[in-house]
Design a binder for this molecule. Structure first.
Ligand code: VGL
Ligand code: ZN
Length: 198
């Protein structure tokens, strides 16, 4: 990992974990793995970003208002909070997305900070050219984020052991991984990354 690298944790929120309203199978299993990635990045003084789905109560994203999803990650709700075991550092940069009631906004590249800075602008400002991405869900927000990152000209590595998918249709996650690789993403696991940086 070079000094232009950052970790991006996508949507590790209660509603996407078992017991939540849109649970990703084994979604919570990414938490201990992500905590180890957080450690790796912190030790190298590299930034950690955490995106969150942050919907208004009424949005065309939800089935009840014409979309495809059950109500989830409503701003300020328990379901919208990060998983309680996720050890986000105090200086992690939280990015919110999905606030527009007419849009789905799957990608973290549509997200903004608490001060309203768009994520892509922030990346430029911080000189970040390489993103390591893990979280939920592989076949939606992780995929869209990775693809948009590549389009924006960044080097993007999918953290395979720190991502899980919804698999509305069986095989969606595997297909999503293929699509990301074809588009130019790299894959890594804790094991390969630790080897790479020692
Ligand atoms: C997501 C479905 C609906 C995600 C967000 O974070 O992957 N999936 N909203
Ligand atoms: Zn959503």
């Amino acid at each position: 990992m070079e000094k232009e690298s950052a970790l991006l944790i996508v949507d590790v929120q209660n509603d996407f974990c078992p017991g939540g309203s849109l649970p990703v199978p084994d979604g919570d299993r990414v938490v201990p793995v992500l905590n180890r990635y957080i450690d790796l990045f912190l030790k190298r003084d590299l930034p950690v970003f955490a995106s969150r789905d942050w919907h208004p109560e009424k949005t065309s994203h939800f089935k009840v208002f014409g979309g495809i999803w059950p109500v989830h990650c409503v701003q300020g709700s328990f379901g919208a909070r990060f998983h309680p075991d996720l050890e986000l550092p105090s200086d992690a940069i939280v990015l919110s997305k999905g606030m527009d009631p007419r849009k789905d906004d799957y990608s973290a590249f549509q997200a903004v900070t608490g001060e309203g800075s768009p994520f892509p602008e922030l990346l430029k400002l911080m000189g970040i050219t390489k993103l390591y991405v893990g979280g939920l869900a592989t076949d939606y927000c992780v995929k869209e984020t990775v693809l948009e990152g590549l389009k924006a000209g960044l080097a993007v590595t999918l953290l395979e052991d720190a991502s899980r998918g919804v698999d509305l249709s069986p095989g969606d996650s595997a297909k999503a991984v293929e699509q990301m690789i074809e588009a130019g993403a790299d894959k890594a696991t804790l094991e390969t990354l630790e080897k790479e940086i020692i």
